[in-house]
Write a protein that binds this ligand. Sequence first.
Ligand code: GLU
Length: 397
Amino acid sequence: MALTLAARSTLIAPSATLAMAAEAKRLKGQGIDVLDFALGEPDFNTPDNIQEAAIRAMRAGHTHYTPPAGIAELREAIAAHYTNHHKLPTTWQQVIVSNGCKQSIHNALMALSGPGDEVIIPTPYWVSYADLVKLTGATPVLVETSEASHFKMTPAQFLAAVTPKTKLLMINSPSNPTGVVYSHAELEAIADAVLTTSVGVLSDEIYEQLVYGNATPTCFATLRPGLADRTVTLSGVSKTYAMTGWRIGWAVGPVAVAKFMGDVQSQETSNPCSVSQWAALEAIVGPQDSVKHMLSEFTKRRAYVIERVAQLPDVTCVPADGAFYAFMNVSKHFGRTLGGKKIENSTDFCLTALAASHVALVMGSAFGAEGYARLSFATSMSILERGFDTLGKFLEG
Ligand code: GLU
């Protein structure tokens, strides 16, 4: 008899960001010059000091299993970052290092939610949140935000979504896919609303060091006394240090939660890569010049992207204050024929832009926001220039 898939196989779809990136790569493999804006992945190489630390780690024999929740040195360094930089007193026992921030999110959801629970997620949300919630058996409850409110959920919207089943709120500032950064005061207002309930918070702060202009990142757990007891903060080295392939993320939370997350991880994947952990340690405690350099490049690209998006016909976009995305409203093009195809939705839009013009974007529907297309500007200025030229022609039909 053929194997039958478990019931949960119907709950999730493959990650759309990775699927679009894979399709762009397939076309590139055929010799096609794809203008690739699909993946949120810095185009910079991992800085030399970090690479050297990895080589030194291998030479020193750090090629064996480590404790499942990570090496003590890295957990200490992460705890020190929160203690010193965010003024959030943190011990290493509160930190768990994972195989990328995505695994930390999974661990946190496994630790805190399950069948019968509800998890509030403001839309647009990062592509994997809702599916990771569903994998635990819990139900994602989507709270819609709009361009008009700059994609920010209000405390009133949060409170209206809370039910006796609500277990968690997932927030993400700076946001993927919108680049929106909540102000300190806006997050304080959400924190106050959270504290009137029994809801816990998963705060994904992986873009905390990628902010522009006057925007400042906020560590949610610090906002009010007691909030750290019900918050898990998520982050990692992928975006800040151009270390996507090394797969190092982390979670910081109450000791009992971190311990259980570590137990989940020990059963599922053991430790994150030993060599990557030593590289991540150098990233965090070593010189930070490369971060400044990359941020200044992203700042230039952001300014260019804002200028070029404004010139695209019938496209609007809230300028990103953080991360490296432009979340473009392309819905005025629905019903038109572009690239020889009638465009009905964001999936048609992105698949046709890729097939007809070789521009790779990610459909808004993957982020719970139909009508949009996400462009990642973590790519070179020359590709951005050619990409906008080509996108402009594509939109002319
Ligand atoms: N976070 C990145 C993105 O949104 C990486 C892709 C992924 O892990 O889904 O493009």
